[in-house]
Design a protein around this ligand. Structure first.
Ligand code: PLP
Length: 386
């Protein structure tokens, strides 16, 4: 079998050994309920609180501003709903970018059906949104603005600090979906000036099904999930102790290795971009400069559907995706590329390559050779090309 290359790290990542070891220890030893009063319970509670401190420190927040959740989707749902509910007395207008993840878009759609009004800001051709465009969309009744730090399809990093400053000047709550950015680029919530921020462990070599929401004090997000009153009454449910332990370890390791990883991935990305640019009818999508380290996205003329390219690459041992993982099998093109002005035809044949610190130097050249061969092969098979 050919050497396997995993290049779909924006969908999910390989779990770091350090996280696996800490989780295994937690599963075996700290299985007590964190709410229990005996040692096995208080030890589990301490693991959760230690993790909260480290996550807070990693983001430049206070521990009391961090709430553990089941992942990015829950954090996004909760942030938007909490802000909308808390502020609905002041207004019912919500703003987000049109390139947000569906966890944001679908929650906004739901809020719309409950009487809120939603404005989605059109991005530019690179998938970014300028502060001026946000200024124009703000109304006296705007109570929440949501913008992602980095886009999950094209990897473009949005000017969240500037967007949040626009919101702050008008005392409007600002949520940042940082699911793709945490662990990959430095983040400081105070410097960014955001009120709410979502993250998810499985995007930075942690386990799936665990994430966190940062909510700037004194805003106490009203609960989305009710029950036994865990997480200071804000998010009920027995804590996912091993998951939270894994999140902590993977985040600490991601931060320790971030600089070196970013430097290495910039080199690999440059090689891939140069190599793929030599394929006629290939186009890099997203910002050429302001993008997540190691995250590349392309569209190709003459390929009917990105899934064909993904399957062909899979046969050569390369795992990649065509836009967002959750819409991998979709017959519709990415809403992100469509919002960026790409035609339906173009957005159907996207290729997303996202690398991590586990990729090796030779992966870059092997990816280029494989993509070139697969594109040429698919274009030859006329039935698969348009
Ligand atoms: N937001 C963004 C930008 C994402 O990329 C993802 C995952 O793909 C999510 C939210 C959802 O996170 P999770 O998979 O942890 O629910």
């Amino acid at each position: 079998m050919a050497r396997q290359i995993y290049a779909d790290n924006s969908a999910t990542t390989q779990v770091a050994e350090r996280a696996v070891a800490a989780m295994a220890r937690s599963l075996r030893e700290d299985y007590g309920n964190p709410s229990a009063l005996y040692d096995r319970g208080t030890r589990a509670k301490k693991s959760v609180e230690d993790a909260r401190k480290d996550v807070a420190r990693a983001l430049g927040a206070w521990s009391s501003e961090i709430y553990f959740t089941s992942g990015g989707t829950e954090s996004d749902n909760w942030a938007l709903r909490a802000a909308a509910m808390a502020k609905k007395g002041q207004g019912r207008h919500l703003i987000a970018t049109a390139v947000e993840h569906r966890a944001v878009i679908e929650t906004l759609r739901q809020l719309e059906s409950e009487g809120f009004e939603v404005t989605l800001l059109a991005p530019d051709r690179e998938g970014s949104v300028a502060p001026e465009a946000l200024e124009k969309a703000i109304r006296p009744d705007t109570v929440l603005i949501s913008a992602m730090l980095a886009n999950n399809v094209v990897g473009t990093i949005l000017p969240v600090k500037k967007l949040a400053a626009v919101a702050r000047a008008r005392k409007i709550l600002f949520h940042a979906d940082a699911v793709q950015a945490v662990g990959r680029v430095p983040i400081d919530v105070r410097d960014l000036g955001v009120d709410l921020l979502s993250l998810s462990a499985h995007k930075f070599h942690g386990p799936k099904g665990v994430g966190a929401l940062y909510a700037k004090a004194p805003f106490n997000p009203p609960p989305l999930i009710r029950g036994g009153g865990q997480e200071r009454g804000a998010r009920s449910g027995t804590e996912n102790v091993p998951g939270i332990v894994g999140l902590r370890e993977s985040l600490l390791e991601a931060l320790e290795t971030m600089e070196e990883t970013a430097r290495r991935l910039a080199l690999y990305a440059e090689r891939i971009v140069e190599g793929i640019a030599r394929i006629p009818g290939s186009y890099l999508t997203g910002s050429p400069s302001r993008r997540l380290p190691g995250h590349l996205s392309f569209v190709f003329d003459g390929i009917f559907h990105g899934a064909l390219l993904i399957n062909a690459l899979n046969e050569r041992g390369i795992s990649a995706s065509s836009g967002a993982a959750c819409s991998a099998a979709s017959k519709e093109g990415s809403h992100v590329l469509a919002a960026m002005g790409y035609s339906e035809k173009a957005s159907l044949c996207a290729l997303r390559l996202s690398l991590s610190r586990y990729n090796a130097e030779e992966d870059a050249s092997e990816i280029v050779v494989a993509v070139a061969a697969c594109v040429a092969e698919l274009r030859r098979k006329k039935s698969f090309a348009y």
